[in-house]
Design a protein around this ligand. Structure first.
Ligand SMILES: Cc1ncc(COP(=O)(O)O)c(C=O)c1O
Length: 411
């Protein structure tokens, strides 16, 4: 090799010292977050806020909330959308309105709100394992967890990828238990060509600021069941049926007008948000294609997706680094990669103390919790950013031994 070629090759070779864990300045001056809010037209939002102030109608089933509910129901193709202050309260109300008691089967690999919505009402969340490929409830495991106390199953459409709805419906029907879905991630996603929202007894969406589509805070229950919708609507407003009559235990789950104004504004930009997420996903796919052991989770091209999560599974044997080591490398660069849903609901309190042996029946959940890493996407992320993030991951994996040694020194 001539001296010139050697220099040329060295210049091309990713340099370990390029990484911030070696003391170099972080690649990004400002932190890159997973779930930075997408904001649509500021003008339209402010116009709506002005209208709201002119009307002096700030909450209590106002015109924006009604319009928002109508638009969401039309968009998804369901009979009813009941908008709420957030998805957690939506889940709590749905669970109560369906009359669930005793035990309800849920994945442990989910956001803690799915489990808390049950435990808050003294219903036992029975944690069930997931399928390692789909990251959603494994129907074969669900079947094994059913006992005489089981009244329901809550499937979670994790990352917007639908669970095995057919499989779960079959079990729910045969074993005579209710089926509902935590669809917090799945607005705009489909299952067998039908948009999520109309499956099971009801489905719950989240419009939290970190979701690709937000109403600041917000959620909704979607259902095709008229009487369930009516009950949920009343429970959302303390159980009031008319001015002075209360017929259920209810709570305050109302969405405010300003949140609905934001939701309506987000709805006008939903295609752009999905397009940008899709572009980022494609760029990550290309950028990580040759990085061994960092496997980007694919979205099913036959279905509609919102592409809001860039989910990687880190295989330590192939990458030479653990997921946590890679997260450390990225954090040093100001790329705030996240470990969802680490360490799993069953490892969080009070569930860890209530069910100390749960991990024995959750082997896939335990494995996945150690492998999953989410990367930043959304409208705050441009193509150049994605390519730099991929480059950092590529360097770290290519020089895994050096990275490991450096991390061991500094931690
Ligand atoms: C799967 C899942 N369920 C429920 C929730 C709760 O949603 P919210 O923040 O709207 O209450 C979230 C929020 O991130 C979630 O990811």
């Amino acid at each position: 090799m001539t001296g010139e070629t050697a220099m040329f090759e060295a210049a091309l070779k990713p340099q370990l010292q390029d990484l911030a864990i070696f003391g170099r300045a972080p690649a990004f001056a400002e932190a890159l977050h997973v779930g930075r809010p997408n904001v649509g037209s500021r003008e339209r939002l402010l116009e709506r806020i002005n209208d709201m102030l002119d009307r002096n109608w700030l909450t209590n089933d106002g015109p924006f909330v009604r319009e928002f509910e109508k638009r969401i129901a039309q968009f998804v193709g369901v009979r009813h959308c009941i908008a709420m202050c957030n998805a957690t309260v939506s889940l709590e109300i749905a669970i109560r309105a369906l009359g669930l008691t005793g035990e309800v089967i849920v994945p442990s690999f989910t956001f803690i709100a799915t489990a808390h919505a049950l435990q808050w009402q003294e219903i036992t969340p029975v944690f069930c394992d997931i399928d390692s490929k789909t990251h959603t409830l494994d129907p074969a495991q669900v079947e094994k967890m059913i006992t005489p106390r089981t009244t329901g199953i809550i499937g979670v459409h994790t990352w917007g990828r639908a669970c095995d709805i057919d499989g779960l419906e079959e079990i729910a029907h045969r074993r005579n238990v209710q089926l509902l879905f935590d669809a917090a991630h799945a607005f705009g996603c489909s299952y067998r060509d039908r948009l999520i929202g109309g499956f099971g007894s009801c489905e719950v969406l989240s419009f939290h600021a970190t979701k690709f589509f937000n109403s600041f805070e917000g959620g909704a229950v979607l259902t095709n069941d008229d009487s369930l919708a009516e009950k949920i609507r009343l429970m959302r407003n303390f159980g009031f049926h008319g001015y002075d009559r209360v017929i259920y235990i209810g709570t305050n789950g109302k969405m405010t007008e300003v949140c609905a104004a934001m939701g309506l504004t987000s709805l006008e930009s939903i295609e752009t948000f999905v397009e940008i997420n899709r572009r980022n996903y494609d760029d990550y796919r290309r950028g990580l294609a040759d990085v061994p052991g960092v496997n980007l989770l694919a979205y099913d091209e036959r279905e509609q997706s919102n592409y809001q999560y860039i989910v990687c599974e880190v295989d330590e044997a192939a990458a030479g680094l653990t997921r946590d080591e890679l997260v450390q490398v990225l954090t040093a660069e100001n790329v705030l990669a996240r470990r969802y849903f680490f360490p799993g609901c069953h490892q969080m309190e009070p569930y860890r103390s209530y069910f100390p042996h749960a991990h024995l029946v959750l082997p896939e959940t335990e494995k996945l919790c150690r492998r999953v890493m989410l990367l930043p996407t959304g409208t705050a992320i441009n193509r150049d950013t994605v390519s730099q993030v991929c480059r950092i991951i590529g360097i770290a994996v290519a020089q895994a031994a050096g990275v490991k040694a450096q991390l061991a020194k500094t931690h």
